[in-house]
Design a protein around this ligand. Structure first.
Ligand SMILES: [Zn+2]
Length: 349
């Protein structure tokens, strides 16, 4: 049986009369993470010529797109630090317009400790949940909020913004675009390049707050700013840097065309669009997946058990259900996994 668009064949959650003994469970895997990539030397970013720590600007002197590449929005995701430091050392000159490279949360990065590598994600709060104008223009202060305000002028002038991220748990690399046609086109133009992830995921935001790619500059219906995020692979592996560098190379080669036409000139593959349908939040501290699912896997049949959550069992609600970045040890109230369905075309603005 195949799913028609929007159809569901199975409930997402079913309460069990008692904890099922018949289904296998992986329990909660111990949080041991291998740090195979050493942290980069980012000393050149502390006091760059731009006058703003973490911001390097390369200007072609010719009119053209404002291209912005951000990394280290999460302080322990330093594969992106490697990718931008390698690029900075080449003193890249865009063929037109201006290129701005931003290492966003250097303060958190400087706290990185390989014996507890998940700690340096942020100092006070997640820098990738603060980009709504209500937070940016509010009265609160935190290390990350103050930094977001400092970086905002560079973000608000971007024609094209690529935000580089990596994942804690194993996951196929993918692009994520906010729900705007122009940004979905941008992500598809990158995804059509050789050796790049083909999946472009769109969603309706993140439950914890607005991400950088959802800044008003990229979300306003009449605007022109395009943004996307790349989840390039596991945090501390060299292959993740390679995926990021391939995306950067593609962006720099195609920036002008994407900016003017919304598409690239050379396409070596057809991107695959997917849209998030469900956010599965762990309601209980004992939430555990039935298998250590890898992000990006597609489960063929509706009704396949995915996880235990207290007395509930979580199932795939439809056929060909894609799992987006499962968090194999979610805390109560945390996002455990998102479910996505393949679609034919980008969401319309
Ligand atoms: Zn991240």
């Amino acid at each position: 049986m195949s799913c028609k668009a929007g159809q569901r064949h199975h409930p997402l959650r079913i309460r069990q009369p008692r904890l099922s003994e018949t289904l296998p469970g992986i329990g909660r895997p111990p949080p041991v993470f291998k740090v195979a990539l050493t942290p980069p030397d980012l000393s050149a970013w502390r006091a760059p010529p731009s006058g703003v720590p973490g911001v390097w600007i390369f200007d072609s002197g010719r009119p053209g797109p404002e291209t912005v590449i951000t990394a280290l929005v999460h302080g322990n995701e330093y594969a992106g630090g490697w990718a931008l430091e390698n690029l900075r050392r080449q003193a890249p000159v865009p063929s037109s317009g201006r290129l701005t490279l931003i290492l966003a949360n250097l303060e958190a990065f400087e706290r990185f400790d390989a014996t507890n590598p998940v700690m340096a994600r942020h100092v006070d709060e997640d820098l990738n949940r603060l980009w709504h104008n209500m937070r940016l223009n509010g009265r609160d202060h935190s290390s990350e909020l103050d930094r977001a305000r400092q970086l905002q002028p560079f973000i608000a002038r971007a024609d094209l913004l690529l935000d580089l991220h990596s994942t804690l748990w194993p996951s196929e690399p993918l692009f994520i675009a906010p729900p705007r046609q122009r940004s979905a086109e941008f992500a598809c133009a990158l995804a059509a390049g050789e050796g790049l992830p083909r999946t472009v995921l769109t969603d309706l935001g993140h439950h914890g707050g607005s991400r950088l790619i959802e800044h008003a500059h990229f979300m306003s219906p009449g605007g022109t700013g395009r943004s996307c995020l790349l989840e390039a692979g596991p945090h501390w592996e060299a292959a993740t840097v390679t995926v990021m560098e391939s995306a950067i190379e593609r962006l720099l080669a195609q920036a002008e065309t994407i900016h003017l036409c919304g598409q690239a000139t050379q396409e070596s593959c057809e991107p695959e669009m997917a849209v998030v349908t469900d956010n599965i939040i762990a309601r209980n501290a004992d939430f555990s997946f039935i298998r250590p699912w890898e992000g990006g896997v597609t489960i063929p049949e509706a009704g396949t058990p995915l996880a235990h959550d207290g007395h509930d069992l979580i199932y795939t609600p439809y056929d060909e259900c894609m799992l987006i970045m499962p968090n194999l040890r979610p805390r109560r109230g945390q996002l455990a996994v998102r479910l996505a369905r393949r679609t034919a075309a980008p969401l319309r603005s």
